[in-house]
Design a binder for this molecule. Structure first.
Ligand SMILES: [Zn+2]
Ligand SMILES: [Zn+2]
Length: 165
């Protein structure tokens, strides 16, 4: 998957993938509903390749506040430069130029990393996720409980409030 034979086209070629969950495993990423990937690979004059890609669909994440699973929409556009492995210089590396071998371009890592960038640092199922009740543990987005959370919060954040310090 995502291995492109560079001998199979002249200047530029387009590749489309409709990914199902069962097709490929991107470690650390779940996409139950599949992903659409469109790629244009263009050969540049000096053995370098320009890859322009679009990824769309959704990835499955766990909300950091209510611990529920949710779907995060993905609309990712990226441009990557590849050079043949032997001709990559330290300068290239600094500029995020990626290697390819002989006539084979392997886009797996590039796609995986592009997708990982879509994962937020603090995943939230919705902007105003109400989280889990610290008293009864119910998901407040689904069911509002009547627990007295004010007392619990004070106890949690002022552990010495009862002491005369
Ligand atoms: Zn949530
Ligand atoms: Zn509760």
């Amino acid at each position: 998957m995502f291995k492109i034979n560079l001998g199979s086209f002249e200047d530029s070629a387009e590749f489309s993938y409709e990914l199902k969950k069962s097709d490929v495993t991107f470690e650390g990423l779940d996409f139950e509903d599949g992903l659409s990937i469109n790629l244009t690979v263009t050969k540049d004059s000096d053995d370098s390749l320009v890859v322009i890609g679009d990824i769309s669909g959704s990835i499955d994440l766990t909300c950091g506040r209510c611990l529920d699973g949710y779907k995060q929409p993905v609309e990712s556009h990226f441009v990557s430069i590849f050079k043949e492995r032997q001709s990559i210089t330290p300068d290239d590396e600094e500029n995020d130029v990626l290697p390819y071998d002989k006539n084979k371009l392997d886009l797996f890592d590039c796609l995986r990393e592009t997708l990982l960038l879509e994962v937020p640092l603090k995943p939230l199922c919705r902007e105003k996720c109400l989280g889990i009740c610290p008293v009864c543990g119910k998901n407040q987005n689904i069911e509002k409980c009547n627990c007295d959370k004010t007392i619990k919060t004070e106890e949690t954040f002022r552990p010495f409030s009862g002491l005369d310090l």
